[in-house]
Design a protein around this ligand. Structure first.
Ligand code: M6R
Length: 610
């Protein structure tokens, strides 16, 4: 969602701030803006506009952005008020002394707005954010930090903010509650940003601001304190990935690049966690005894991560015999869940900043459960709030449609199931060894499926005219069907529904005719024949079938218009492979339809508000 960058140093702030925004484009936005303190006049100058960052650049070409040494910038994903130039950030107070960029939602903004209007503040936008600069201005008596601190304790909701004050042209203030914000520590320059890619080409030294902390940045100092004023000694992390990881490197889209990175992601995960055929999660923070003591497992997540959780349920129950429930985090947090210290709660999130997942994790902890994060982002809120973590090691994922992060989450779920299975008596060592041996083949299997790129692109071209897609799968590939449908609808806007194939006759079969395409995930498995029966029912109603099947299954051709093959693997591991053709199909259909693959409309990479 909204992206923030901020700069204080000795260079011209404007170009740095715009460059930073470009690196945050993946978060999803509908307008953008930049504000600086003019080096020669000391005045606050703002340029903002609707639409893409290139619109902002065009505006700056026409209206010039003065040279400055300090500034803030923002990409807005509209919540309160339409995506237009007035509602874009930064926002200022009536006297244009304070300038604010904000990510999050101020829940009590109406009360504050009324109060401030009575005191004479004149509001120009429909946003909740605008109360912040007015509030700071109303509390300001010469001490910038103090005014911000007094203001933020009155805000309810979630926020990450960057604040400038024309009286203090050397100081940038930032604070957070519930929305992500990092500080980049440079040489005689410092930065704030919503995420690391924004500043990766400037510095790799990062401080993750915690909830309830406020930071004062000058060009040569970063000072962090609690809202109460108590000083905090910050931990500076050095980011390992290079700036290339957040560039397209010759691929047409980030999504395509990330699809192609999946073999190396799998290799990295296996190398990190499989030691002499034993699974070891070094940051799990649970002793073998503790792990044995859990009587059930809960998995909470959103979107694609939720689908990975569903795969985890099948794998853990089958291999380890531990009952697992999987909830969408947004449902879990309000459903009064029954948990205790015998429940292990696994929160899966690529970003580690998804508002519902964070809230669900807190709810679970409050009810006595231990929370383990399965997360891709080091230092994210979820990781910091959880008892332990299993990193998914997928590297930065920029495409809004999650691909490599999902595959990494699924791989981690299998490893976790294998680890838990050791004490279960449900599997014998030979079974586990066989699954591990097949897991080790997964990167090579990925390369083989990727080699079928042209065939999948051709299938996509031939079928992109269908106005509706149904994705069917059974058992452990039911989540694959859900994920395939989600990918397609996210990036191509074609209505797509994922369903358990066994449920087809209870409703979705009504959709099927010659105008619908049905993607059937039908690899080798115990329920393969049942899947074939469903396919026959679809054919009888003239539905067009695209099947994903196991290499060597020639028979499936007679039931399908197109078949995409995956290499043979252990039945339980098939979701790891079957999802790849579906990612590629969605990608090529979206390209064929001329859609904005990496930044689909209305979507945000990281959903940091509820
Ligand atoms: O960062 P998270 O994994 O917590 O994000 C969860 C969902 O918002 C995310 O998976 C979303 O569904 C993706 N756009 C799917 O491609």
């Amino acid at each position: 969602m909204c992206g923030i960058t901020g700069y204080v140093g000795h260079k011209n702030a404007g170009p740095i701030l715009i460059e930073g925004l470009k690196r945050l484009e993946y978060r999803g936005y509908d307008s953008s803006g930049v504000g600086v303190i003019d080096l020669s006049t000391g005045h606050i100058i703002v340029r903002k506009t609707k639409g893409k960052i290139r619109n902002l650049e065009e505006l700056i070409q026409q209206q010039n952005l003065p040279v400055s040494r300090i500034g803030i910038s923002h990409t807005r994903w509209a919540t309160h008020g339409a995506p237009n130039h007035v509602n874009s950030h930064p926002h200022a107070d009536s006297a244009k002394k304070f300038l604010v960029v904000h990510n999050g939602i101020i829940e009590n903004y109406e009360v504050l707005r009324e109060e401030l209007q009575h005191q004479g503040s004149v509001f120009v936008s429909e946003t909740d954010t605008e109360v912040i600069p007015h509030l700071i201005a109303s509390l300001y008596q010469g001490d910038f930090l103090d005014a911000v601190r007094q203001a933020i304790v009155r805000l309810q909701g979630s926020f990450a903010i960057g604040v400038l004050c024309a009286d203090h042209p050397d100081t940038l203030i930032a604070a957070r509650v519930g929305s992500p914000l990092i500080i980049g520590v440079g040489k005689e320059e410092n930065f704030i940003a919503s995420d690391v890619p924004a500043i990766l080409d400037r510095t790799k030294r990062i401080i993750y601001l915690n909830d309830g902390e406020i930071a004062r940045l000058t060009c040569d100092n970063v000072e962090i304190m609690k809202f109460s004023g108590a000083a905090v000694r910050p931990k500076i992390h050095t980011v390992k990935f290079s700036v290339d990881a957040v560039k397209k490197q010759g691929f047409a889209h980030f999504m395509l690049k990330e699809i192609h990175e999946q073999p190396e992601v799998l290799e990295r995960i296996l190398k990190s966690y499989l030691k002499q055929e034993e699974v070891n999660f070094p940051e799990l923070n649970l002793s073998p005894g503790q792990l044995k003591g859990f009587e059930r497992i809960g998995i909470i997540a959103c979107g694609t991560a939720y689908h990975a959780g569903l795969v985890g349920k099948y794998a853990i129950e089958q291999l380890a015999g531990i009952p697992v429930f999987v909830d969408a985090a947004s449902e879990f947090r309000y459903r009064d869940p029954i948990l205790d210290e015998k429940t292990l709660l696994i929160a899966i999130s690529q970003s580690g900043e998804t508002a519902d997942t964070l809230a669900a994790g807190r709810e679970a902890q409050a009810r006595g459960a231990k929370v383990i994060a399965v997360c891709n982002v080091v230092g994210s809120s979820l990781v910091r709030e959880s008892h332990g973590v299993i990193y998914t090691h997928a590297g930065p994922e920029i495409g809004v449609a999650s691909t490599k992060a999902y595959v990494a989450q699924v791989a981690v779920m299998f490893l976790l199931a294998l680890k838990l299975s050791r004490n279960s008596g449900r599997t014998v060592p030979a079974q586990r060894e066989s699954i591990i041996a097949q897991l080790r083949q997964a990167p090579a299997a990925y390369k083989k499926i990727l080699a079928a790129k042209n065939q999948i692109a051709q299938i996509a071209r031939k079928n992109s005219h269908f106005g509706c897609f149904l994705f069917l799968g059974r058992h452990i590939n039911y989540p694959t069907a859900l994920e395939g449908a989600l990918k397609l609808k996210e990036i191509s806007y074609i209505p797509a529904e994922g369903y358990a194939a066994g449920e087809m006759k209870h409703g979705p079969i009504a959709l099927i005719d010659e105008y619908r395409a049905v993607v059937c995930v039908a690899p080798q498995s115990e329920i393969y024949e049942k899947m074939i029966s469903n396919m026959q029912e679809i054919r009888a109603r003239k539905g067009k079938i695209i099947a994903v099947a196991t290499q060597g299954d020639a028979a499936i051709k007679k039931h399908s218009s197109h078949v995409i093959y995956i290499p043979a693997t252990h039945n339980i591991l098939t979701p790891l492979l079957t999802v790849l053709p579906l990612q590629m199909l969605a990608y090529f259909i979206a390209v064929q339809l001329g859609c904005d693959v990496d930044q689909p409309r209305n979507l945000a990479k990281s959903v940091t508000v509820e």
